[in-house]
Write a protein that binds this ligand. Structure first.
Ligand code: A2H
Length: 253
């Protein structure tokens, strides 16, 4: 990783009312699970949100964007970036373990699915981003592998209390055309490398390297107002559009 701070697009995945039991005390407020992404141009393809069942998250109040749910570590960073009333200070409203966020219903900007669900991903790192990830299985090999794990393994769903309708209807959406990989590049490399699960670490690293460079330089959008344009030319515009429409904020770490 480079010397300077990394810029992320922080996507606001808003909890749909009525709030679930664990979040009842926040009723009446706008509550969002916030996900750090490097790929704002892929948000058209979101199918779900990922949380780690064992990671501890907090809810805290921001000045302009309602209540955020993320790791305490990320909230502290945000407190030094103007997200909270007092610089450097996070007022923790609630602590929640990931397990208790599973199955929560969300709406998220740009995706064609009006409702998506928070689902378990076991490879989320506690010390990166917000500990919450938005899932784009068309273009992220990690996301596709984790979604297939849930779709193929009823016992895995059962273990975490995930209902079939939270998982089975959600198909990867063709949003980017990448030369040689087609319009579902993550699916293409997953099949090609014969990836078995989200824990197939070495192959997933290889898969990510294969898709990333090609996607960035030669990928073309298939949907939205920049349909037909190259990603590298419109990535910044799409990030700006998300921010303007209050669907995202910029975050550094
Ligand atoms: B990306 P970098 Cl379509 N643990 O967003 C594991 N992964 C995390 C994370 C965490 N705590 N926080 C963020 N991420 C993921 C979209 C995407 C991403 C696509 C393709 C590739 C891709 C949709 N998921 O990332 O180490 C987030 O997933 C490939 C690495 O800071 C975020 O962008 O470079 C990316 O990893 C940030 O990883």
């Amino acid at each position: 990783e480079g010397a300077g701070p990394q810029e992320y697009t922080l996507l606001k995945m808003e909890v749909i009312e009525p709030l679930p039991k664990v979040l009842k005390s926040l009723q009446g407020k706008q509550v969002s699970l916030v996900a750090a992404t490097l790929r704002p141009e892929t948000m058209y393809g979101q199918t779900n949100c990922w949380v780690h069942p064992d990671i501890k998250y907090i809810a805290f109040e921001t000045v302009n964007d309602g209540i955020f749910i993320c790791t305490k570590r990320a909230a502290r960073n945000m407190a030094y970036q103007g997200f909270t009333e007092k610089d450097g200070e996070v007022k923790v409203l609630m602590e929640i373990v990931g397990q208790d966020l599973l199955g929560i219903v969300l709406k998220s900007p740009f995706t064609c699915y009006p409702k998506i669900y928070a689902l378990p991903m076991l490879t989320i790192k506690e010390d990166k981003g917000t500990g919450i990830v938005t899932s784009v299985p068309s273009d992220s090999p990690d996301d596709y592998a984790a979604l297939v794990d849930l779709q193929k393994k009823p016992a895995f769903r059962e273990k975490y209390g995930i209902q079939d309708e939270m998982v089975l209807p959600f198909k990867p959406v063709p949003i980017l055309e990448i030369p040689e990989f087609g319009n579902l590049s993550a699916v293409h490399v997953y099949d090609k490398l014969k990836i078995q699960s989200q824990n197939d670490k070495d192959k997933l690293t290889q898969a990510k390297e294969m898709v990333y460079l090609k996607g960035f330089y030669d990928g073309v959008l298939l949907v939205g107002e920049y349909k037909g344009k190259k990603i590298q030319d419109v990535k910044k515009n799409l990030q700006a559009k998300l921010v303007e429409e209050k669907g995202a904020v910029i975050y550094y770490e």
